[in-house]
Each structure stands twice: as structure tokens, then as C-alpha cells.
Write a protein that binds this ligand. Structure first.
Ligand code: ADP
Ligand code: ZN
Length: 217
């Protein structure tokens, strides 16, 4: 099953994708994470990406498209994948269709996560990440067992450099301007499954993931 997971920042894409991955036995491909890894390792790709990611802006399409195309060619994608963070605009959405069509594949399902904006800001500000295993915690919703230390690695959690209120605003603006139209693009194909994740309705990422797994299997 070829899945694209979409939604504004902090809606829980990474968390839901992580839960689906284990159950459906397909890889979780996060373009943001691939960029952050390349930036950290100072690769050529990282050197290009850092200028944009630092500002909360999109890395140019040609660079991103090429990276995704290469990643989807890896063997572990043969039985499907969960793409998180791509496509982010219509150019990328059309490119993804083309990449998949070349292999006789298509996007089977788009999971669109929504969350009230006030909760988004709160959630992103409370987000912490393990620099070692990349596990994502939330100091309100999903705290580690002790302080701000990773349960699995014992190392101190960090805040992502772009998780400041100012950069979040830029990222949300881009989401509503450029990425929202991609959801309409997939809506026309009738493959969007919209799910709200919100404390106000007592529905968390785990509930959504469970429902999707139940329906897919
Ligand atoms: P966000 O929480 O803003 O969705 P991500 O972790 O998905 O952040 O991505 C981090 C950064 O990586 C983005 O701000 C952007 O610079 C870059 N990036 C990730 N995915 C894409 C994409 N599909 N197209 C262009 N840039 C991307
Ligand atoms: Zn860890």
C-alpha cells in the first residue's frame, strides 16, 4: 500500500506514520528527517537544504523531487511506503504521480490529519526530539519517563531549530498556501481519508492509527 500522510505541522503525521509502519511493515519516509540527517552530516544535499530549512522554507522542488525519486527506488519500498512531508505543492504531487506511474504504481491512500490551530502551536512548542534515535516526544502529551531524557537512549532531548513561534508561522503559511491545494488534488481522485486529532474530542494519534490499521488489513 502506497500511503501519503499529510497535515499541518504538529498534527501528528510522524507519530501516526510510526505506528502504521510497524503494523503494515512498510517504511516511513520523512523528507524532513532525510534533510535534517543530511544537514547534520554536511553532505552536498545537506549544504543546499540547510539554507531553506533554517528559515522554515521549502527546499527547491528539483532537489526534493530527485531525493524522493532515489529513495522510492530502494528495495524496501517494493511493497509500499508511507511518505511524510512530501508532496508539499502541486509540482511535487504531479512529480510523485509520474515517478510512481513509471513503475506501474500509484498513491493508494492519502491520510489528511487536522488539528485546531491553537493546539498546533502548543504541540509544536512542546515537541522534543532524541538526537540519537530521532524518537519524537511531547512534553505535554507524550512525556519521557524522566525529565527530558530519551527512554531508549538515555540522552538529553533537543528542540528542533525550526520549532520557534516565528518559524512555525512561516511553515504554517506555506502549508495553507502551497500544500492545502495538494489535498484538493487528491480529493478529486477520491483517495483522501481525513482524520481529526485533538484533545478537545479526545482523539489521539494512537486512536487514528488503530482505526486505519483495522480498515486496511
Ligand atoms: P514541518 O514540521 O515544517 O512539516 P519537516 O520536518 O517536514 O517540517 O521538514 C523540515 C524542513 O525540511 C522543511 O521546513 C523544508 O525546509 C524541508 N522539507 C521537507 N520536506 C520538503 C518538501 N517536500 N519540499 C521541500 N522542502 C521540504
Ligand atoms: Zn533516543
Amino acid at each position: 500500500m502506497n500511503i501519503v500522510i499529510m497535515g499541518a505541522q504538529g498534527t501528528g503525521k510522524g507519530t501516526v506514520a510510526g505506528l502504521l509502519k510497524g503494523d503494515l511493515n512498510i517504511p516511513h519516509i520523512s523528507t524532513g528527517e532525510i534533510f535534517r540527517k543530511n544537514i547534520k552530516e554536511e553532505t552536498e544535499l545537506g549544504k543546499i537544504a540547510t539554507k531553506y530549512a533554517d528559515e522554515g522554507k521549502l527546499v527547491p522542488d528539483e532537489v526534493t523531487n530527485e531525493m524522493v525519486k532515489n529513495r522510492l527506488e530502494e528495495k524496501d519500498c517494493n511493497n509500499g511506503f508511507i511518505l511524510d512531508g512530501y508532496p508539499r505543492n502541486l509540482i511535487q504531487a504531479e512529480k510523485l504521480d509520474e515517478i510512481l506511474a513509471d513503475k506501474g504504481k500509484k498513491v493508494d491512500m492519502v491520510i489528511y490529519l487536522t488539528t485546531p490551530t491553537n493546539e498546533i502551536v502548543e504541540r509544536v512548542m512542546a515537541r522534543r526530539e532524541c538526537p540519537k534515535c530521532k524518537r519524537v516526544y511531547n512534553m505535554v502529551l507524550n512525556k519521557p519517563k524522566t525529565g527530558e531524557i530519551c527512554d531508549d537512549c538515555g540522552v538529553e532531548l533537543i528542540k528542533r531549530a525550526d520549532d520557534t513561534e516565528e518559524k512555525l508561522k512561516t511553515r504554517l503559511d506555506i502549508f495553507f498556501k502551497e500544500t492545502k491545494p495538494v489535498i484538493d488534488f487528491y480529493n478529486k481522485k477520491g483517495i483522501v481519508r481525513e482524520e481529526e486529532i485533538s484533545l478537545s474530542i479526545n482523539r489521539l494519534a494512537i486512536d487514528v492509527a488503530k482505526d486505519i490499521i483495522k480498515d486496511v488489513k
